[in-house]
Ligand binder design. Structure first.
Ligand SMILES: Cc1cc2nc3c(=O)[nH]c(=O)nc-3n(C[C@H](O)[C@H](O)[C@H](O)COP(=O)(O)OP(=O)(O)OC[C@H]3O[C@@H](n4cnc5c(N)ncnc54)[C@H](O)[C@@H]3O)c2cc1C
Length: 594
């Protein structure tokens, strides 16, 4: 069976010992209450909900799935009650503005909450995850009326937010979308079109839905510059704010999917539905990116979340399952065989998982700290630098989190042998569930193209240089520390390699238009691993400061960090070679020969 205990100690280590998050946050306007004690209390409360309510539902909800009958979606047994408890606890509006019913807490803490919820029940977490993105978009772009009407209901979890972008012929390339928005002359618009793959598009857990829909106005220019964003509620508001008649938006069907079966995915038909413009006409894609950037980081958390559950489950199984003897001498001569954790290959899988999960958590929490700084810091220069870091790290957290989430779910399934492939153990569910995270919110290829095509190019590499500056600060601080040399040495080499490859990417693009897109996915991986090496140096630095009480914890950190430096980071050497091989090896074969 899968097991999950919220890794609170690890989370507190990252928040307090590694990043000193409370000091940074409490100095920001509006976050004076975000002390270490408050953050610990929130994490402990969330852990109770995840371990006691959401995790026990994970497997049954997967087996039952969502059903669609007479235009209505029914979620699996227990989900509605769990959602009510979740909403009641104020979790939907954790980061929302207190003026509109939110708790006004930092994104930093929200990341760890999302991680726990995803570990406990990935499908469940997607519903509030989308509502939070809708809240963010409306907070930034909504009119005062839209904010005061919608935000309290969304923050209270009474209404579900969705993002309606994808159409059958327009997925990655949203410039192709055809849904139309015609002005009604009274400030509203008539929205007509069909959207597919809409997560949470319809269900029985909330009384209303607020759909954010991308559509084209009659005078819209072609392509992505002609897209506007509209707010389309399932039930229209009466003059007094109560729920009125049903709007002309309804699910046509639900998708039958590989995984995340308790998260409903709908075809949504808009048949002249009444909508309201959000933000400027023709600027809807940029507006939607307010939501998408948050969702991309959220999806990254889904990858790391799944990895954590897979790792915990595999570690427990490896200590219990008896097969064969240790290579040197029997570890448990009184038993018929040794537990499989004695075998180097099993340990390799577990160490790899842990080395990635712990570095990934540190990098993701650091990135969310930058989100908070970018929103709240009084200094414009500090806000800009933090915003640069968020922009650079978003594709890396999304793609690395989900690629490794999938890889770790698979490698941990392998630890279970054939039992991993059998449904009752729950490991195959993790593999199925996490797979979509590499695809939605912009496939991981699109994340890599965003990194190399857009983020690296901004202001002659300002974002990249800003991140290297952060790493250089760490290395300067640790200069001369012999106890850190086995970690700082590989990081230094890694950053030099990354700088050199980045320069190659800039030059190569000039001669061969395919060179950068051909290298993008490998480049993102190389960047991610180098960023993880930085995260490991920060963790080891903090671990070495631990007192005797935490000696075992600190010693384990050093061992896992050493594993990362010796067995994972060297992958960047081969990635370097692969990237520099250019595009010809994949572009030379004629299309007809495939
Ligand atoms: C379960 C689920 C939930 C979803 N939830 C939502 C939702 O709530 N709202 C919503 O609007 N959408 C949602 N989606 C849609 C999702 O975001 C899209 O599936 C995704 O963006 C990819 O689009 P596509 O499926 O049309 O693939 P395509 O765009 O057709 O891409 C096919 C392949 O081509 C690659 N590709 C495309 N362009 C390029 C390029 N320029 N360079 C290199 N490779 C390229 C892609 O990476 C991919 O591998 C969901 C999808 C699923 C399956």
């Amino acid at each position: 069976m899968t097991v999950y205990t919220a890794p609170l100690r690890e989370m507190r280590f990252v928040l307090h010992d590694v990043l000193g998050a409370a000091d940074t946050l409490t100095a920001l306007p509006g976050f004076a209450d975000s002390t270490a004690d408050l953050m610990d209390a929130i994490l402990a409360e969330c852990a109770k909900l995840c371990e006691g309510v959401l995790f026990p539902l994970n497997q049954t909800a997967d087996q039952e799935g969502c059903t669609f009958k007479d235009g209505k979606v029914t979620t699996p047994k227990g989900l509605k009650e769990a959602y009510a408890q979740y909403a009641e606890g104020g979790w939907c509006g954790l980061t929302a503005d207190p003026e509109f019913g939110g708790q006004g807490l930092p994104e930093t803490i929200d990341y760890l909450v999302s991680e726990m919820i995803g570990s406990a029940n990935l499908s469940f977490g997607l519903y509030p995850g989308l509502t939070q993105g809708t809240i963010l978009a409306l907070t930034h772009l909504g009119t005062p009326e839209q904010k005061s009407y919608y935000l309290p209901k969304l923050a209270g979890g009474l209404w579900q937010g969705t993002m309606c972008l994808t159409e059958a012929h327009a997925g990655t390339d949203l410039g192709l979308l055809r849904t139309k928005a015609v002005p009604n002359g009274d400030g509203t618009y008539s929205i007509t079109g069909s959207k597919i793959f809409i997560s949470g598009g319809e269900h029985d857990m909330t009384e209303n839905h607020a759909h954010l829909v991308l559509a084209r106005l009659p005078d819209a220019p072609e392509g992505s510059r002609g897209i506007s964003m509209f707010l389309v509620p399932k039930f229209l508001p009466n003059a007094d704010g109560s729920l009125g008649k049903r709007n002309a938006v309804a699910p046509g069907s639900i998708e039958h999917k590989m995984g995340m079966k308790a998260s409903v995915t709908c075809v949504m038909n808009f048949d002249g539905a009444t909508g309201w413009l959000v933000g400027q006409p023709h600027k809807g894609l940029a507006g939607m990116f307010v939501m998408m950037n948050k969702e991309r980081l959220f999806v990254g958390s889904q990858g790391f979340s799944t990895a954590e559950t897979a790792y915990q489950s595999a570690a427990a199984y490896a200590k219990d399952r008896l097969q064969s003897r240790a290579a040197d001498k029997p570890a448990y001569p009184d038993k018929p065989a040794d537990p499989i954790i004695v075998h180097p290959d099993i340990r390799n899988r577990l160490m790899f998982s842990r080395a990635i999960i712990e570095a990934g958590r540190t990098l993701a929490v650091w990135t969310h700290l930058q989100v908070d700084i970018s929103h709240k810091h009084p200094s414009p220069a500090a806000r800009q630098h933090a915003d640069d870091m968020v922009g650079l790290m978003t594709p890396i957290v999304k793609a690395s989190g989900t690629d490794y989430g999938s890889e770790i779910a698979n490698t941990c399934l392998q630890v279970f042998g054939g039992h991993g492939y059998i449904r009752e153990h729950g490991m195959e569910q993790l593999v199925r569930d996490v797979r979509i995270t590499q695809i939605y919110e912009g496939t991981n290829t699109i994340q890599a193209l965003d990194l190399v095509g857009r983020k690296l190019g901004i202001d002659e590499g300002r974002l990249f240089k800003g991140w290297v500056y952060e790493v250089d600060k760490t290395l300067a601080r640790l200069n001369g520390r012999n106890d850190m040399a086995e970690f700082t040495g590989p990081l230094k080499e890694g950053v030099e390699r990354l700088k050199s490859v980045t320069l190659w990417m800039t030059e190569a693009g000039k001669a061969d238009p395919n060179a950068r897109p051909a290298a993008a996915v490998d480049y993102l991986k190389l960047f991610g691993l180098t960023a993880f090496a930085w995260a490991w140096v920060l963790m080891i630095e903090a671990a070495l400061l631990k007192t005797n009480d935490d000696a075992d914890f600190a010693a384990a950190k050093v061992l896992v960090g050493r594993y990362f430096m010796q067995r994972v980071l060297p992958q960047t050497i081969s990635l370097d070679a692969v990237i520099r091989s250019g595009s010809q090896s994949m572009m030379a074969l004629k299309e007809g020969a495939f």
